[in-house]
Design a protein around this ligand. Structure first.
Ligand SMILES: Nc1ncnc2c1ncn2[C@@H]1O[C@H](COP(=O)(O)OP(=O)(O)OP(=O)(O)O)[C@@H](O)[C@H]1O
Ligand SMILES: [Mg+2]
Length: 264
């Protein structure tokens, strides 16, 4: 049996722009896979191809050993492909709790990612508690801090009971403490069997939590490997040095300084 997700030679062209160029990578159950690369490298476009929002010009997406390339978005979601968005997509006028409730009502079915399992509000509050935003349950989604809104995105994705969870820049807007807690939560979810594929610019977080990393540059995978291998890869350093000239927030740090102890 192959990996849970396999992206095979995917090409996406927008007119003259080749956003994704023969990309090939996979994500495994129980693992956190990083998909990194400079702005405009094609990361979000890859996510759109995997979730069905973007039809690839060529190539295939295999999920649970089935070719899902032609499946519509809702069918993929129903079979366990969940995601968060780079731009926050919550319903602003609804409370944090109701945002999760709506996602849960649409998805239905069992919910694996909370303990204790329950029904209705119990289950939703357990989920809010798990991602650390229970204190904000009654607040309107458009009134909470960005960090909380990011975690709400995660709760909404988890409410759909994903087996494969795609996270597009999930830590942007989180402070350092929130990022550490977030990294620990991702480790826990992977430990419970989720396959997590994460696009992220926070290199400390990526290096600390990912089992495998794929690096995209101008639509092509230029390197794949463990954090230790990626950190010293010359092609990756070249891609990032070019990027660092315009954005000094993205530099590959030698030593991740996150403390990711998972509570017993
Ligand atoms: N719908 C579209 N129509 C035309 N061009 C697009 C479209 N979506 C993305 N692109 C282009 O495709 C390339 C890849 O974009 P994409 O959003 O996938 O990059 P990204 O790696 O997610 O970047 P970022 O880190 O800034 O989020 C960019 O050149 C972008 O301008
Ligand atoms: Mg993007």
């Amino acid at each position: 049996m192959g990996a849970l997700l396999e992206v095979e030679d995917v090409v996406v062209r927008f007119g003259g722009v080749t956003a994704v160029n023969s990309a090939r990578f996979s994500a495994e159950r129980g693992g956190i896979t990083g998909l990194i690369g400079p702005n405009g490298a094609g990361k979000t476009t890859c996510f759109n191809v995997i979730t069905g929002l973007q039809k690839p010009t060529s190539g295939r997406v295999r999920y649970r050993d089935r070719d899902v390339t032609r499946w519509p978005v809702h069918r993929r979601a129903k079979h366990g492909i969940g995601r968060t968005f780079q731009r926050l997509e919550a319903f602003g006028s609804l409370s944090v709790r109701d945002n999760v409730r709506v996602a849960r009502d649409i998805a239905g079915g069992p919910l694996a990612w909370v303990r204790p399992s329950g029904r209705g509000s119990v289950e939703i509050d357990a989920l809010l508690d798990r991602v650390g935003i229970a204190d904000h349950a009654e607040e309107r989604a458009d009134a909470v801090p960005t960090g909380t809104a990011r975690l709400l995105e995660l709760a909404r994705a988890l409410a759909c009971d994903p087996q494969l969870l795609l996270l597009d820049e999930p830590s942007s807007g989180l402070d350092e403490t929130e990022t550490e807690a977030f990294g620990a939560l991702l480790k826990e979810l992977a430990g419970e069997g989720a396959a997590i594929l994460m696009v992220e610019h926070d290199m400390d977080l990526v290096m600390a939590v990912c089992d495998d990393i794929h690096v995209l540059d101008f639509g092509q995978i230029i390197a794949s490997g463990t954090p230790a291998a990626i950190r010293v890869d010359p092609a990756v350093q070249r891609a990032y040095l070019g990027y660092a000239e315009t954005d000094h927030t993205t530099e590959i740090q030698a030593v991740p300084d996150l403390d990711l102890e998972v509570a017993p």
